[in-house]
Write a protein that binds this ligand. Structure first.
Ligand SMILES: [Fe+2]
Length: 343
């Protein structure tokens, strides 16, 4: 983790600032769980258009804790998260402040933002079923519910039930079916596992390519990351061994997550941070921001990358609100323990 702000102001601009004595350039300070390659092109565009410089602290974890520790002395204006749970935690810990913006309300569908304005989704991802091209016929599985069907006995691989991605899906099952039915479903899925839950989403696709199992659960963007992976070409083969199934297209739609942003409670550059947030929800930024990680733009009608169009296209999304999903996560976690899903 970087301990200092990654200063994106050019050396020349800094020298000028110093020479001029005091007046700081307009700026916005960002704590980012998102990696530099994902956001720098978008931040550059923002600076180009507004003249506001961006300073970023990148870290894969611990930014919530840091914000909390720093309290009202924190320099952070905006936090960019790579998943829903980090975002919700920020709000739960009282580290955010509400934003009231007609631009954000227009650009971001209601289920992907907090009704109170404390958090906003910027991209969406889908929780998919990855199915072996060799051993699963197209259309043979079409829903999350069917993962509990005994016909898949010994044929499913998954990561831990306790991982936020798993918990989010299980929480959505609770929202749609209630706890009792969800517990039965979870027991059914467990009974169908080819091996003890382990590894990340990509490791499950690798297992399918090796014949360990025929189905797995995984987020949509990992397919893009694998199929374009020039540094680890074996991942291209993993991706080519599967078809993507967007579950529940005939019903409620596929389970969705977000990456998002929240305004820090003590943001020293509040106005600039809101401008950046609005910019990130705009058409141009949405395309760039989503495409870099093979995610979907949250803003309706935004163009999608060629790769997304080729492999994923349009599909029906479950419009369950993230607030409701979050409310069921504790129960989901308890069910995972009760059925001994990971053992
Ligand atoms: Fe991920």
């Amino acid at each position: 983790m970087f301990t200092r702000f990654f200063c994106r102001v050019s050396a020349a601009a800094l020298a000028l600032g110093v020479a001029a004595g005091s007046v700081a350039a307009e700026q916005v300070n960002i704590y980012s769980y998102r990696q530099p390659f994902l956001i720098e092109p978008v931040l550059d565009k923002f600076t180009e258009e507004t003249g506001i410089e961006t300073r970023v602290v990148y870290a894969s974890k611990g930014l919530n804790e840091r914000l909390q520790r720093e309290g009202r002395n924190s320099p952070a204006d905006l936090v960019l998260t790579s998943n829903t749970s980090n975002l919700m935690e920020l709000v739960d810990k009282g580290l955010t402040q509400p934003v009231d913006s007609a631009v954000l309300e227009e650009n971001i569908p209601a289920q992907f933002r907090d009704p109170e304005g404390h958090w906003f989704g910027l991209t969406t991802r889908a929780r998919l079923i990855y199915a072996s091209r060799e051993r699963v016929e197209p259309g043979e599985i079409t829903s999350y519910e069917e993962l509990a069907d005994p016909k898949w006995k010994g044929r499913i691989c998954t990561r831990s039930g306790k991982h936020p991605y798993s918990l989010s899906l299980i929480a959505s099952m609770i929202a749609h079916h209630g706890e009792e039915k969800t517990k039965e479903w979870l027991e059914g899925v467990k009974a169908n596992l080819a091996r003890k839950p382990q590894g990340n989403d990509r490791a499950q696709v690798k297992a399918i390519s090796e014949g360990v199992c025929d189905l797995s659960l995984g987020n949509s963007y990992y397919f893009g990351k694998m199929i374009t992976n020039t540094e680890q070409p074996e991942q291209v083969d993993w991706a080519k061994s599967v078809n993507l199934v967007f579950p529940n297209q005939d019903g409620r739609g596929t389970h969705m997550f977000i990456s998002g942003a929240a305004l820090a409670k003590h943001a020293p550059n509040r106005e600039n941070a809101v401008r950046l947030l609005e910019f990130l929800s705009g058409e141009q930024a949405q395309y760039l921001y989503a495409e870099k990680n093979f995610e979907f733009p949250v803003r309706p009608g935004t163009a999608r990358s060629d790769l997304i169009e080729e492999y994923m296209g349009e599909f029906k999304e479950d419009d369950l609100s993230l607030t409701e999903i979050a409310a069921h996560v504790p129960a989901a976690s308890r069910l995972v323990d009760e059925v001994g899903f990971d053992f």
